[in-house]
Write a protein that binds this ligand. Structure first.
Ligand code: SF4
Ligand code: MG
Length: 332
């Protein structure tokens, strides 16, 4: 399984004037294999949406590179860029805000096809719209209605149909279920999973907590203040979280089985996510970390592979350090 997408040392900084720099994404690297779902998890404001938007090209990057199918997207010609736009699509958190309220469902779904000159006749495009509506669990009777006539879950289905209209290979789903009722969330996740199987899609799935993302992701990266702090296979992240931030996030998820006694201690993080404007040096998590050490305030921990396919940025696991606590003590 080769990488469909490679993100190398990606940075997205916004200049706010007067020397203030908002480091929304600050040196993030990962890859996504074809057919895989890669989850990015983090609190709001951690830079995960900005990362998604920079990857798809809605924002120019500050530094680093995004490579799709072996091609650096920042070096593409206009023509290559246009072709690339077909292959990578985005689903947004708030389907209502991302759907034009004055357009019918048919217009919403067929617009990208018109822009890209797909299907020569109106009739062909309409057939394609009907097919897409069926693909997402809606039907052709919905084609001439307007977004406000639908529930939140249905609107997200329309957003998904629109994203699929260009037959993409890769979809960035930016918190696609966060705005939906819990009862509807699983339905949309199952729909996305089914579509992935049928159409061979690859996903970047962005979420603000770890509860639902594990059901869809093969691997997960945990993001904090513009940085990835941990990355590993989904099951392993739940079984063996290493970064204190991941441990805190996981402790906040209730165990769903009422027969299992929840003996875990809930880790309450002190304080708020610090501002990404001129962020402090050292470890990004130092202001809230229950295990903070002296070294954390001055030296930024390296991103290292501490076991196979398990990356973490934390001084507790620094191989060259001898004075840190052993792993069993650090794990909660
Ligand atoms: Fe906590 Fe230090 Fe590890 Fe950062 S490097 S997560 S502050 S122990
Ligand atoms: Mg967001």
């Amino acid at each position: 399984n080769e990488a469909l997408l490679e993100v190398n040392h990606l940075k997205k900084h916004f200049s706010l004037g007067k020397g203030q720099l908002l480091k929304a994404v600050d040196d993030v690297s990962f890859h996504i294999k074809k057919g895989e779902t890669f989850g990015i998890v983090g609190e709001s404001g951690c830079g995960k949406s900005t990362a998604g938007r920079t990857i798809i090209g809605l924002y120019d990057r500050t530094e680093g590179e995004v490579v799709f199918e072996g091609k650096n997207i920042h070096e593409m010609t206009k023509k290559e860029r246009f072709a690339f736009q077909r292959k990578m699509q985005m689903i947004f958190q708030d389907p209502y805000a991302s759907l034009n309220p004055r357009s019918t469902v048919r217009e919403i779904i067929s617009e990208p096809m018109e822009v890209h000159g797909l299907y020569s006749t109106k009739k062909e495009r309409l057939e394609r719209v009907y097919q897409l509506l069926e693909d997402v669990g809606l039907n052709r009777d919905h084609a001439n209605r307007y977004p406000h006539e639908f529930s939140g879950g249905q609107r997200q289905r329309i957003g998904i149909a629109r994203a699929l209209s260009l037959d993409p290979e890769f979809i960035i789903a930016d918190e696609p279920i966060s705005a939906l009722d819990v009862s509807v969330q699983a339905q949309v996740v199952n729909l996305l999973k089914g579509l992935q199987k049928r159409k061979g899609l690859t996903y970047l799935f962005i979420a603000h907590d770890l509860s639902m993302v594990k059901h869809i992701s093969d691997r997960i990266g945990v993001m904090y203040l513009g940085n990835l702090v941990e990355l590993t296979e989904s099951a392993n992240l739940y079984k063996n979280p290493l970064h204190p931030y991941t441990q805190a996030l996981l402790s906040a998820i209730p165990i769903p089985d009422p027969d299992i006694e929840d003996k875990r201690e809930r880790i309450i993080l002190k304080g708020e996510l610090p501002s990404p404007i001129n962020p402090p040096g050292g470890c990004v998590f130092k202001t809230r970390c229950p295990l903070v050490m002296d070294v954390c305030s001055t030296i930024k921990p390296e991103w290292q592979e501490v076991e196979k396919n398990h990356f973490v940025a934390c001084h507790l696991y620094n191989k060259s350090r001898t004075d840190g606590p052993p792993r069993s003590q650090a794990a909660v």
